[in-house]
Design a protein around this ligand. Structure first.
Ligand code: B1M
Length: 210
């Protein structure tokens, strides 16, 4: 098996140590960090994403695969940063103010990273101001917000209004989380809603015309 196929296989199986070993092996074979990212780590997560979408695998498997992908990413990230390889786009993601649920948000963040986006993870209970300041200061393409409580989802609207008031109309907003719906997304003026993590990746790509 070629090293790429091995990385894909190990990401899919969630073997973090093996992904680490193979990523180092690929670098030692003079394979570029970009190729390892696209043909190994991202390709592995693409399969995970597709199988998750098809209900062939479930959240625990996705988390284990994402952790394996991250193990490889941690090795090539400094090299990618040095070579200034362009990410698909920059996304700042967080659970909205008042909301401590972060499992779904973490999966979405990891799949976005696996798909080639630069992801700033703002964590949970992220204030409205912090989202807006991040959009202002970090030159992000997308603000991603997650909510699991019917009492917190309304705070997303304040972020969207805050972005508009700050003149940041170019920043796209995507939202998700169990109580969130397309109707709610339309009501508050978000640019997009996704009901699961792999659709969130498709949505982010679509919002940036990728
Ligand atoms: Co809480 N909780 N919880 N909880 N909790 C729910 C959400 C609840 C439905 C349980 C229930 O009553 N049946 C209920 C909410 C009711 C409501 O609002 N209508 C609830 C409640 C009430 C509470 C507390 C208020 C309980 C209390 O203290 N009295 C409290 C609130 C704390 C707070 O946030 N301020 C609370 C606390 C907690 C724990 C801390 C114990 C824990 C969270 C741990 C953590 O996240 N680190 C917890 C958990 C685990 C749950 C349940 C059991 C599971 C949530 C979860 O992680 N789902 C949940 C009940 C349930 O859903 N069965 C419940 C798995 C996750 C992968 O799914 O987040 O939907 P989800 O993400 C999906 C998609 O939605 C989408 O992709 C993900 C992957 O496919 N998605 C996005 C998510 N974000 C996205 C963003 C996007 C796009 C897609 O774009 C940016």
């Amino acid at each position: 098996m070629q090293v790429f196929e091995q990385i894909v296989d190990s990401v899919f199986k969630g073997e973090a140590e093996e992904v680490t070993r193979l990523t180092k092996l690929a670098l030692a074979q003079d394979i570029s960090a970009q190729d390892i990212l696209n043909n190994g780590l991202v390709a592995g997560m693409d399969i995970v994403s597709e199988k998750f979408k098809a209900n062939e695998i479930f959240i625990p498997e996705v988390l284990v695969s994402a952790r394996a992908m991250k193990a490889g990413m941690s090795i090539i990230r400094p090299i990618l940063a040095e070579t200034n390889i362009e990410a698909l786009g920059k996304v700042a993601i967080g659970s909205i103010q008042g909301d401590l649920h972060d499992i779904g948000k973490n999966i979405v963040g990891m799949l976005l990273e696996g798909a080639g986006f630069e992801v700033i993870d703002l964590g949970a209970d992220v204030t409205i101001d912090r989202f807006i300041q991040t959009a202002q200061n970090e030159n992000v393409d997308i603000i991603g917000m997650s909510a699991l409580l019917t009492t917190t989802m309304i705070n997303m609207k304040a972020v969207i209004e805050g972005l508009k008031n700050a003149g940041l109309k170019g920043v796209k907003v995507m939202i998700g989380g169990a109580p969130v719906t397309q109707t709610f997304s339309d009501q508050i003026g978000a640019d997009g809603y996704a009901d699961d993590a792999s659709r969130a990746v498709d949505l982010a790509k679509g919002l940036l015309g990728r």
